[in-house]
Ligand binder design. Structure first.
Ligand code: URP
Ligand code: ZN
Ligand code: ZN
Ligand code: ZN
Length: 484
């Protein structure tokens, strides 16, 4: 049974053109005029784009004494509702737990996914077992990215020696290290001081994580990655200090990618000063929301290319879960949702305002990350042979974001009340229509794990260069006798 998307305009990261798209067996088999299929989807007035890829989610994750509330079923349903057709979640070993053991837990959870998915592997501690298992993770399990937390001291945080060891291992395996870049030691000191001074409310979460802790850690990770000879991906880049470090590194030829979140692009720190404790606590995440100058910096990064990807860090906790932190902000589970809203919010605040072109929108929501993760053009492309992960985007469709109509399992939405214009008319996951004109037609378990090969082109190029410029002994004709 073939499906044809008719009368639309194809928009990719580099082209915009009128064409129909024909799908069979979950793949795009033809692109061109006047195509016919068994089933037709009308894309009149719409753009046919690669489905979104969200490379940063935490579904059903054990964290800060609880589990994030969206699991692989509700999380991927929210993704599809908003035009995202692939998520990459973080498999998180507890300190001392083996990587393969943790992966087994994530395998079990993800069987319920409605759309395709992959995993990043987190390095939360370091010894020979971790070193050895990294190879199995890359070669046998199809995971080419390793996440490192420079914050969450006493829990997930790794120190510089561990970072350097793991980054070197990534270089040898052709894998890409990711960092959550905040100086965890300083955050711990600031948090203790704030609490001792009676700063216990959610606003103190923001005070405890100023832009400097992020800028410092970003720069440190960049330098360590450079010494290890490996590219680097900085998750949830939220401020100018961090962006500046990334921008400078890229201008020096270092292979560094920055990932702003839709939350940081569109919501600011004033949320934490809200008189309603719940309102502020629901927005507690790390790094915290920043002021307008930082937001402008992030938008400029997307425009200039110094920042590469827009993600969500979807990590949803209910109001009841957030209330674990009443009286002590350090106990508020860190995280916010966004999977359903990333694409409509970025379109509304990016494309509709003229800050981004449609092609740039596709690049930062899908194609760039597909290339970084080495799954392009299977994902992130409208090309013959690519997976039919597509969104038929209706630029005239409007809604007001509300928790009452969202797919996410939690009881609020950090974008509540925002009016968005630009929404999916259809979302297709490997050819299956999961969103049909506002109706959700997901199929639990349809999502498949996407294997990712190591040695992406940038890894390969960088390791060639590092090998060529590595320190070597100077060959000398005569060596003087020892002066002793
Ligand atoms: O606050 C956040 N970002 N929670 C999720 C875990 C992480 O740090 O990415
Ligand atoms: Zn993080
Ligand atoms: Zn995260
Ligand atoms: Zn299916």
């Amino acid at each position: 049974m073939t499906t044809v998307i008719k009368n639309g305009t194809v928009v990719t990261a580099d082209l915009t053109y009128k064409a129909d798209v024909l799908i069979d067996g979950g793949k795009i088999i033809e692109i061109g005029p006047d195509l016919k299929g068994d089933e037709a989807l009308d894309a009149s007035g719409c753009y046919i784009m690669p489905g979104g890829i969200d490379p940063h989610t935490h579904l059903e994750m054990p964290f800060m004494g609880t589990y994030s509330s969206d699991d692989f079923e509700s999380g991927t349903r929210a993704a599809l509702a908003g035009g995202t057709t692939m998520v990459v979640d973080f498999a998180l070993p507890s300190p001392g737990q083996g990587l393969l053991d943790a992966l087994q837990m994530w395998d079990n959870k993800s069987t319920r996914a409605n759309c395709d998915y992959s995993f990043h592997m987190a390095i939360t501690w370091w010894d020979e077992q971790v070193f050895n298992e990294m190879e199995t993770v890359v070669k046998d399990r199809g995971i080419n990215t390793f996440k490192h937390f420079m914050a969450y001291k006493g829990a997930l945080m790794v120190n510089d020696d561990e970072l350097y060891s793991s980054f070197q291992r990534c270089a040898a395996l052709g894998a890409l290290p990711l960092v959550h870049a905040e100086n965890g030691d300083v955050v711990a000191e600031l948090s203790a001081k704030l609490l001792a001074e009676g700063n216990t409310g959610p606003e103190a979460h923001a005070y405890s994580r100023p832009p400097q802790v992020e800028g410092e850690a970003t720069n440190r990770a960049i330098m360590i990655a450079d010494m290890a000879g490996v590219p680097l991906y900085v998750v949830h880049t939220s401020c100018e200090e961090s962006h500046e470090a990334i921008r400078r590194a890229r201008m020096q030829g270092k292979r560094v990618y920055g990932e702003p979140l839709i939350q940081h692009l569109t919501l600011d720190e004033s949320e934490y000063f809200n008189a309603d404790w719940d309102h502020a606590a629901r927005r507690v995440m790390s790094p915290p929301f920043r002021n307008k100058q930082h937001q402008d910096s992030l938008w400029a990064g997307l425009q200039s290319g110094s920042l590469s990807v827009v993600a969500t860090d979807h990590c949803a906790f209910s109001t009841d879960q957030k209330r674990y932190g009443v009286g002590d902000f350090t106990k508020i589970p860190n995280g916010t949702g966004g999977l359903e809203d990333r694409m409509p919010m970025l379109w509304t605040y990016g494309v509709n305002t003229g800050r981004l072109t449609m092609n740039e929108f596709v690049a930062v929501t899908s194609t760039n990350i597909a290339k970084i993760l080495n799954v392009y053009p299977q994902k992130g492309a409208v090309l013959v042979g690519a997976d039919a992960d597509l969104v038929v985007w209706d630029p005239a469709k409007e809604k007001t974001i509300s928790a009452s109509s969202q797919q996410s399992a939690i009881d609020y939405n950090v974008f509540e009340g925002k009016a968005v214009k630009g929404l999916p008319r259809f979302t297709l996951t490997r050819g299956k229509v999961a969103v049909h004109d506002g109706e959700i037609r997901c199929e639990e378990g349809h999502g498949k794990f996407v294997k990712r090969e190591p040695n992406a082109p940038v890894n390969a190029a960088l390791s060639t260069w590092k090998e060529l410029t590595a320190p070597r002994p100077i060959q000398r004709s005569g060596i003087p006798a020892s002066g002793v």
